[in-house]
Unconditional design. Structure first.
Length: 628
């Protein structure tokens, strides 16, 4: 949930740290801070509540010197957004500083014990416990061996510092992405991970740390993904990785496949708008190399199960959270229609604590943009513990879910910076469509049926471009309704998940109350909300239930409710009934969720802009939810 950066090398650390935090601000933006070790051997901290600009202004007045340092942007879990609660936190007698992402579940008993030993807490956070705990074990060593020689410590590979850190980590219950600097050792920094992502960037005479790879773009193309229970010892010229159970391990240096243009706005006012308009290309990237005309099917390189093994699957369980859960609902329709496989969709937060009866021929899919969603990861681990085969649909290479599943499908949608997911959702939907094609061809779909699906998928990027052409009309409609306080989103069959996703987008970035429903369910309660100030957005492209949804629209109109219809050119009856119409291109029913969600994303975006909301960094939200 929070953003972490670190630097060690020949340059001024603060320059990289501040630029890196700007790229990570989507991970947390209620406060921020930096710490460096100055050339005079002092820990100096600058912190500020609020957005990163406040910290930047403070650094202009009070610059930080030093070639080693850490930075942090916070998304609050314990304690309000104040200067004191901002990271970094200093431990002991200012002997070290830490930045932390995650939650320490047993911080209260640890805090009470440390306070009884004389450690003074300055914040209401759980994270400060880590700083004092590490300091307590380090200072205990100094008390036992007052003549502990610095040169000897360096020569030992920092063994006493590592011992203090590992002892402290063994006492923590919860999750952490953690970086630590020690005041008296300005030539080394430490990074540890358990359930919260950290990467190390390998440069020429310098190293970097970050909670994801985006701050490293343009500085290095070599990265190391830390795994759970690993501790990295990082100097300007070296990197060692120690695993809790395995001792020192050989780290795997990977190539960072990301360009500077992927992590800037590219001339758009907001990342969200850029990512909405990137979708024709990101959908193409998700499909690239995966559709086989010869075999009339889809091919995936990373499933790690043979066709024979997958033919024995008789049930699929899809688990996800938020927008990814809506994509899973689309997948349920796709897989049941094309593969004739029963599918169950579970919230990760519920599945992790349930004990549902699951037979031995069930395949579990975890669907996630970040690959770090705590509830989805926990659900995946529980399913693995029970012995079920697991696969992931994920956008981030090297993420926890990607590593821990038995195989999976990468989206190749590129970095998604806007907190409200857009291009990842449509890429998840198209990945699930290809998966449904694959399973269908394994089971009963004919070559001709498979070819028809492929032909329609190949049309999809152009269909999305046509849907994006409605932007000006969507902006006009947004100006008409942006002051309303309640919206209903209604759709049926494949478009029901799109209604849920449209409502979620509006809630996330404009703070308007919105609810999505199957259109036929509207009369079973939600119709009580209908009045002249509550617009109903109907997703009503052509399809087998078109006339039924028209009847639901009539019911709204009879009660004076304004109607916005998202329909195709042939939907003349819907256009006649609606107060406002957004036209989308005609598409096969199984592709309608991807096409129809485009104007829903644009509507939420333009309403949020008109209401003066911070589109890319909506209140109370963070991009990667790594806490329960």
């Amino acid at each position: 949930m929070c953003g972490i950066v670190g630097y060690i090398g020949p340059q001024e650390a603060a320059d990289f740290l501040l630029r890196g935090l700007r790229r990570l601000e989507y991970r947390g933006y209620d406060s921020s801070g930096l710490v460096t070790i100055t050339p005079h051997g002092r820990l100096v901290v600058r912190k500020a509540a609020g957005r990163l600009d406040r910290l930047s202004a403070r650094l202009s007045d009070e610059p930080l010197a030093g070639s080693i340092g850490l930075g942090h942007t916070r998304w609050a879990t314990h304690g309000a957004a104040t200067d004191d609660n901002a990271h970094p936190h200093v431990g002991g007698n200012d002997v070290l500083a830490i930045v932390h992402n995650g939650v320490i579940e047993n911080y209260l008993p640890l805090k009470e014990r440390l306070e009884s030993q004389g450690y003074r807490f300055r914040s209401a956070t759980d994270s400060e416990v880590i700083a004092h705990l590490v300091a307590s074990y380090w200072e205990r060593q100094l008390e036992k061996k007052p003549a502990l020689d610095r040169a000897e410590i360096v020569q030992s590979g920092y063994a006493p510092l590592i011992a203090a850190i590992t002892k402290a980590l063994s006492k923590l219950r919860g999750t952490y992405g953690l970086a630590i600097v020690f005041r008296d050792f300005p030539e080394v920094l430490f990074a540890a991970r358990l359930g919260s992502p950290l990467v190390v960037g390998v440069g020429a005479g310098e190293h970097f740390i970050a909670s994801d790879a985006s701050p490293l773009v343009g500085r290095t193309d070599k990265i190391v993904y830390l795994a759970d229970h690993e501790l990295a010892i990082v100097t300007a010229n070296s990197l060692r990785v120690i695993h809790r159970d395995q001792g020192e391990v050989q780290h795997d240096v990977q190539v960072l496949d990301m360009m500077p243009g992927d992590v800037d706005r590219g001339g758009y006012e907001h990342f969200m708008l850029k990512e909405i308009f990137e979708q024709p290309e990101t959908l193409q990237n998700t499909m690239r190399g995966r559709l086989s005309v010869d075999d009339a099917t889809a091919h995936f390189g990373g499933l790690n199960f043979s066709p024979q093994q997958l033919r024995s699957v008789n049930r699929l369980l899809l688990t996800a959270c938020g927008t990814s859960w809506h994509a899973a609902l689309v997948g349920e329709y796709l897989l049941e229609q094309f593969a004739r496989l029963p599918v169950e969709v579970e919230y990760g937060s519920e599945l992790r604590y349930r004990n549902p009866p699951i037979d031995n021929h069930t395949l579990v899919f975890a669907i996630t943009q970040s690959g770090e969603t705590a509830d989805t990861l926990a659900a995946l681990r529980e399913m693995k513990r029970q012995g079920h085969p697991t696969l992931a649909i994920c956008n981030v290479v090297g993420s926890s879910i990607a590593k821990e599943s038995d195989g999976g499908i990468y989206l190749h949608a590129g970095p998604e910076i806007g907190v409200a997911s857009t291009k990842a959702f449509t890429s998840q939907c198209v990945a699930l469509a290809m998966l449904a094609l694959y399973f269908g061809r394994l089971r009963h779909l004919s070559h001709a049926q498979g070819m028809h699906i492929i032909e329609q998928l190949q049309r999809l990027p152009d269909l999305v471009r046509q849907a994006l052409a409605a932007d000006a009309e969507v902006r006009r409609i947004a100006a008409k309704y942006y002051q309303c306080d309640n919206f209903l989103y209604l759709g049926r069959q494949f478009n029901f998940p799109t209604a849920l996703e449209g409502a979620l987008k509006l809630k996330e970035i404009s703070y308007i109350h919105a609810e999505g429903y199957p259109a036929a369910e509207m009369k079973h309660g939600p119709i009580a909300l209908v009045d002249e100030h509550t617009p109903s957005v109907f997703l009503i492209p052509q399809g087998p239930v078109y006339d039924k949804v028209i009847s639901n629209m009539e019911e709204i109109k009879a009660r004076g409710g304004p109607v916005i219809a998202v329909t195709c050119q042939s939907g003349t009856r819907a256009a006649e009934l609606a107060d406002d119409v957004i036209l989308v291109p005609t598409a096969e029913e199984f592709l309608q969720p991807i096409v129809s969600v485009i104007p829903m994303q644009l509507l939420a975006y333009h309403i949020a802009v008109l209401r003066g909301c911070d589109v890319d960094k909506p209140r109370n939200l963070a991009k990667s939810v790594t806490v329960e």
